[in-house]
Design a protein around this ligand. Structure first.
Ligand SMILES: Nc1ncnc2c1ncn2[C@@H]1O[C@H](COP(=O)(O)OP(=O)(O)O)[C@@H](O)[C@H]1O
Ligand SMILES: [Mg+2]
Length: 418
């Protein structure tokens, strides 16, 4: 019988397989405790793609709901609303989404009928929201937006007060946690920074201090927030999610195998060297740990994952690096870098993996002229595909070893077939 592969390269990790992030979780739990006691705190979680933002959210959500006990505090009892922003979200569609999700969660509390009636009444303004006519002028749009945000804040404040001070037969809640993931997708029309800034102020004015916002996104979400409202960053504590340390990486591998061994009759072990190899290859990126582990698990046939299994799983066609490349690098390489000459520069740089290389060395190996090398380096740096050495003039490097390896192994092939 085929074994069930326990590793999860394509979805946020379930809380039972979650590794590390102890400081981040402590901060978030402290924020929950503050919010519960009338001193609302908001968080901005940033980090690169695949670093584990959604997984962290997937851990803090059940903690806020009281399904996971926090280490320092009594069980929390928040109502949690979990939303994702897309590049099509408008302020109106976003508010409708929040209202709908909040309604679903609220209906789970106490005597449904009474709560439902309260909710319908409090949120009736949402029914009247219409997509704004593109014919109306900008001043009018802004005025409309302010009115909508005002309605939203008032309704949210009233709802929060109602569930904290419940009527007979309902259980009291600690407050409301609103999660907004993939906030880097926000387009300017969403006015995301303005929205959070004004809503948090209005909640306070309406006497509500028990709402916590958790906003997550790629690092450029910061620029988007600031572009929309200069001081919007001030309402957030920022958590920057980084690579996992080697101990946590090994924990991910061990924990995954444990979960697999609970599900499968046929047991799987791993040698210490193989585990270290996964840790090193991953460079600490949780997504890569899951993918290299997944592929090693697939490659293994004798019950013990060895370095050979990790290597085979990692480097063969359709293996881990190939899969990672398809997800992370291919568009970077084929769509964002239109010129074959720029790709040649990257290929030359990849020979050095991700260590610094002098511009003059690149120039020597490059088939075209000097001017093109300069242009390429400038453009690739601007797009954050390569890094410029801040302490040594004329030195550049690729950001990640994984990208370098992938260029060496698959860059040409993808290029030729696309
Ligand atoms: N703390 C963690 N422990 C174990 N695996 C993790 C952890 N964080 C993320 N992962 C894994 O890494 C991958 C990317 O995680 P995800 O949370 O989706 O990242 P992001 O939202 O930052 O893009 C997923 O495969 C997930 O299973
Ligand atoms: Mg995510």
């Amino acid at each position: 019988m085929a074994k069930i592969n326990p590793f999860k390269p394509n979805s946020p990790v379930p809380p039972g397989m979650f590794a590390g992030r102890i400081e981040e979780i402590e901060s978030l739990e402290k924020g929950l405790n503050q919010t519960k006691h009338g001193n609302s705190s908001n968080f901005l979680i940033t980090g690169e793609r695949g670093i584990g933002k959604s997984s962290l959210i997937g851990y803090i959500k059940p903690t806020a709901q009281g399904l996971i006990k926090s280490s320092d505090y009594d069980k929390f009892n928040f109502v949690v609303v979990n939303t994702v922003i897309s590049n099509k979200s408008t302020l109106i569609s976003f508010i409708k989404l929040l209202e709908r999700n909040l309604k679903r969660e609220i209906e789970k509390i106490g005597k449904a009928e009474k709560v439902r009636a309260f909710f319908e009444d409090t949120w009736s303004f949402v029914q009247r929201l219409k997509i704004m006519d593109s014919g109306i002028d900008k001043a009018q749009v802004n005025e409309e937006l302010d009115l909508i945000i005002d309605d939203f804040s008032y309704s949210l404040a009233e709802t929060c007060k109602r569930i904290i001070n419940p009527e007979n037969g309902e259980s009291a809640k600690d407050g409301i946690m609103i999660i907004v993931d993939e906030a880097d997708n926000a387009c300017p029309d969403l006015h995301i920074g303005y929205f959070f800034k004004v809503v948090t102020e209005l909640l306070q004015q309406n006497g509500c201090e028990n709402v916590m916002f958790i906003v997550a996104g790629l690092p450029d979400v910061v620029e988007k927030l600031v572009a929309s409202h200069e001081s919007s960053m001030r309402i957030f504590s920022q958590l920057v999610v980084k690579e996992l340390n080697p101990d946590d990486r090994r924990y991910v591998v061990n924990r995954g195998l444990e979960v697999g061994n609970e599900q499968n009759e046929e047991q799987t072990t791993i040698t210490a060297n193989a585990r270290n190899m996964i840790s090193t290859l991953s460079e600490g990126y949780p997504h890569f740990i899951q993918q290299f582990s997944y592929s090693a698990f697939e490659a293994n046939t004798d019950g013990e994952i060895s370095e050979d299994d990790v290597g085979n799983g990692a480097f063969k066609n359709g293996g881990a690096l190939d899969a990672i490349g398809t997800r992370y690098y291919q568009s970077l390489y084929n769509e964002q870098i239109k010129s074959d000459e720029y790709r040649e520069v990257l290929e030359i740089m990849a020979e050095n993996m991700n260590s610094w290389i002098k511009k003059s060395d690149i120039r020597e190996k490059f088939s075209g002229n000097d001017h093109t090398v300069s242009d390429a380096l400038k453009a690739l740096t601007a797009r954050k595909i390569i890094l410029k050495n801040p302490s040594k003039l004329g030195e550049y490097r690729l950001q990640h070893k994984g990208f370098a390896l992938w260029i060496k192994l698959f860059g040409r092939r993808k290029n030729a077939t696309s």
